[in-house]
Ligand binder design. Sequence first.
Ligand code: BDP
Length: 595
Amino acid sequence: MLKPQNSPTRELVNVDGLFAFKVDYDRTGAQERWFAAELDTALEIGVPSSFNDLFADQGIRDHVGYLWYQREVRVPRGWAGERIFIRLDSATHYGDVYVNEALVASHQGGYTPFEAEIAGHVAAGKTFRLTIAVNNELTQATIPPGSIEATSDGRRQQKYMHDFYNYAGLHRSVWLYSAPATRVEDITVVTGFEGGTGRVDYTAAVANLSATAAVSVQVLDAAGALVATGDGAEGAVAINDVVLWQPGAGYLYTLAVQVHDGGALVDEYRLPFGVRTIEVSGKQFLINGEPFYFTGFGMHEDHVTVGKAHSNAQMVNDFSLLEWIGANSFRTSHYPYAEEVMEFADRHGIVVIDETPAVGLNGSFAGVFGGAPVSTYGEHFVNGDTAASHRAAITELIARDKNHPSVVIWSIANEPNSSEAGARDYFAPLAQLARDLDPTRPVGYVNVMFDDFEKDTITDLFDVIMLNRYYGWYLQNGDLASAEAVLERELLGWEAKLGKPMIMAEYGADTLPGFHSLYDQPWSEEYQSKFLAMYHRVFDRVEALVGEHVWNFADFATSNGIMRVDGNKKGVFTRDRRPKAAAHELRARWTALNN
Ligand code: BDP
């Protein structure tokens, strides 16, 4: 799905700002047709944001169900005769979009965009009432999954098996855009190179292409100079003296796809792309044929007050901290991040492991989150409905992000149960789906510590091994010598079993900034540093280990629980992005490794 843009044939209007906001406590909004009139509420909400932390009101924060957003939008007067679309970059986890009284779009899945054509409901120069009913519920039919329980006094409580807080709302921008009837609807670019010549295979899907219209492409270099042209909606073009997209040097070309009819330009869409190759070869991960070693983090979209809202200012700050510390990559744990983040990574040469929101498909975690462990696969938990949503999550992620040169691995799940009967039947078709949708990128999932190389039954289905390990934290807590032995044994076990490149996708220790100790005391800044240093010693001894992503970039909000004090503190930066001691040590290691 193409991100909307301004072009000579398209116009784009941002619809963020203050919306009227109403919590649907009694679940009557749809039935009472709240979309049909001005919302009866005194509350306003800023978009984008998570709604949860904005109001000093526990009832709002804990609400499980629908949240209604409304504002008036004016259609630009020059749009008569154009196709007009409303586009939401995300609605977490579900959204119904009404234009005046018409339901124009519904979408499940909280981290991917959706849109609807609304020209039949609006008029150029006139306003319309935009109402969005967002639902934050997690069930067996959603990704991530969850369950809703009733308390003895009748409240509904959301339960789920993942760590981060279930922020919800309109986390990303809302747009209105115009496009011509004959328009470029999708583009797929696949690149390669031989010697100094780049190869760009492209396919464009064009809606309402008439017999007299023709599709052509131009390739422009970073300075805007024309370097290649092609004819037809599908084809291959060559770029002489190609400049590759490299980690640390995100050189981008632009593919301008144009539709002409009778000599006139009917539509133009400009897609930035990079020329690079990705390959897994033996125990190595190759970018442009060169071994690549990942340094960086599992991250979160998470900030004080606004929760999971995208903000360009905070994005710039996070990327500058990544640069400062010598990170060359990150994982979008545990959901697709805003498209602006992907574009920034493209431009700045940051490598991305792109993950679906499939987190918490693991009944063993029920113990951690306050219940008794349950089995995972079956009607009671991860069932056919979960799988259907999971397929949609993979499909929508790849459709959105397939053209980003920064994306080098699709991660289709985080820490699912991979040892139980049922795991392989569940995951084999999903791994295949990801490969079918994108045969050019390695596919992986992230393995949980309980399902080590002796128990795991699915990792051979994937191209890379991604592991989350907490030896020295959840196990062997405070005993780094024992943890070191267990860690090394396990990494060598995986290497011997599968012989594929391995990335440590999470390793980390909760750390209270300002707590210091001379001893190996968990939660101290010294312990975090020594914990990471121990892992690094082991990594340097294991040939197949091709990457280290510390958990986490920054402290982040979690659900309530006795394991967390004001959130997860495994950040190398605090939630307000101040460095803990370990940040300086990581900087020294990564700067040396990457030079
Ligand atoms: C792993 C999860 C991650 C958690 C982390 C932790 O992948 O989401 O936040 O552990 O416990 O299980 O800190």
